[in-house]
Ligand binder design. Structure first.
Ligand SMILES: Cc1cc2nc3c(=O)[nH]c(=O)nc-3n(C[C@H](O)[C@H](O)[C@H](O)COP(=O)(O)O)c2cc1C
Length: 392
């Protein structure tokens, strides 16, 4: 059993936009993931958030323009910070900051640090729609792209004055995801990964259905981690209350039959298939077209649904197939049986306690019968499984 944690160093830069408070949430997500964070705040940024807020939420150090002319062990602070960081992220980036970077101006600690840095840099603009669409800002953003900076395009939505428009800062969880993409080694580059997730529904009538307890968290974690590792990901997702990931092809499905059809369409094109969805094993023999009246008793006759994994294995060739087995009894024995029956390369055995939970304990079994255990959050489980498959 191992816990795998990313240990990277991010310089989080905060400029003077009204969305500066959201950079605190980005910091919190980074710290929770075990990433070391130092913060630079511009003079404008200090009007909106204080260094103390960042220190309280786990930043290692916070610098402002009062530190611009400090020297640490014979090196100027901007050189120290640019050498220390693996990645620089500017959240939010004002129009003013963007225009200064485009011109090579370096009259603040942050601007000097950026000019002195060759590290990957993400810039998340946020401003009023007119400021964003002004030709000067648009031209400056294009210039920043030519410098190799990655722009995290602002969203449409409610802006500071409660007007709707483009210019809203990308959501902190999406910025966090882009940071993880930048920091992750591209071990799955060039691979096409197909993941299924969520639970299917089998309808008794238009409003009633049988389903199972799967939350969709495991499959979504596998899809996100595969993308971070550089894979081209397709996620087939049945019912889930989770926010769907971005940066991948998403196919929504409802019933097991839909899942079967979607897998049939996609599986031929993949290199790795992760079947984390929980299809309902049974469906009502008859699905009524109109809502049934309320009865005191109702007996349902259930029949087996199509076996998605078994059908998919017809297209297996030399693709890698990973299945999941959730069992209440004889976990390892039953998981090994499923691995054989469904022609899988790996099976992830897990217990019902994992359903809906953010963390869990799994047992990974391969065709040779070797067994390894892992406990952690579902993204760490996905990292562990990929590291075993691709030996990194
Ligand atoms: C209340 C208020 C909110 C502001 N919000 C933004 C904003 O969201 N985006 C932006 O580009 N500028 C915004 N500005 C303007 C910047 O604060 C201003 O251009 C400042 O010089 C930016 O400094 P900096 O880029 O060095 O942090 C705002 C100004 C005020 C007074």
């Amino acid at each position: 059993m191992r816990r795998r944690k990313i240990e990277n160093k991010v310089l989080l830069a905060v400029t003077g936009g009204v969305a500066a408070y959201k950079s605190l949430e980005v910091l919190r997500l980074l710290v929770k993931k075990g990433i070391k964070v130092k913060v630079v705040i511009t003079r404008g940024g200090e009007k909106f958030v204080t260094p103390f807020s960042f220190l309280s939420l786990g930043a290692e150090e916070v610098y402002t323009d009062n530190d611009q002319f400090s020297v640490i062990n014979g090196s100027s602070i901007h050189l120290v910070l640019s050498r220390w960081a693996d990645l620089i992220v500017v959240v939010p980036a004002t129009a003013d900051f963007i225009s200064k970077v485009a011109s090579g101006i370096s009259d603040s600690l942050l601007l000097t640090t950026l000019l002195a840095s060759r590290k990957p840099t993400l810039i998340a603009p946020s401003m009023n729609e007119n400021m964003l669409l002004h030709p000067a800002t648009q031209k400056n953003i294009e210039i920043l792209k030519t410098f190799g900076y990655k722009i995290l395009e602002p969203d449409e939505g409610f802006l500071a004055d409660l007007e709707k428009g483009k210019g809203r800062l990308k959501e902190p969880d999406e910025i966090f995801e882009e940071i993880l993409v930048e920091l992750s080694p591209k071990k799955l580059q060039g691979l096409k990964v197909l993941v299924t997730s969520g639970s299917t529904r089998e309808y008794i009538d238009p409003v009633r259905f049988i389903t199972n307890g799967s939350s969709g968290k495991m499959g979504i974690a596998f899809a996100k981690v595969a993308r971070r590792l550089g894979a081209d990901v397709t996620l087939i997702v049945a019912h889930t209350s989770q926010k769907l990931p971005f940066g991948m092809k998403i196919v929504r499905v409802d019933t097991t039959e839909d899942l079967y059809n979607a897998v049939g369409n996609e599986v031929r094109n993949c290199d790795l298939f992760v079947m984390a969805a929980a299809p309902s094993d049974y469906k009502p023999k008859e699905s009524k077209p109109n809502k049934l009246p309320k009865f005191n008793n109702l007996t349902l006759e259930l029949i087996a649904t199509v076996d998605v994994l078994k059908e998919a294995s017809k297209y297996k060739d030399n693709k890698i197939f990973v299945g999941f087995a959730l069992q209440t009894d004889n976990l390892i024995e039953n998981a090994k049986k499923k691995l054989e029956e469904k022609n899988l390369d790996y099976i992830v055995a897990n217990l019902p306690e994992n359903i809906g939970s953010d963390t869990g304990k799994i047992i990974l079994i391969d065709r040779a019968g070797s067994i390894s255990e892992f406990e952690g959050d579902k993204e760490s489980i996905a990292e562990f499984v990929f590291s075993k498959i691709f030996k990194f």
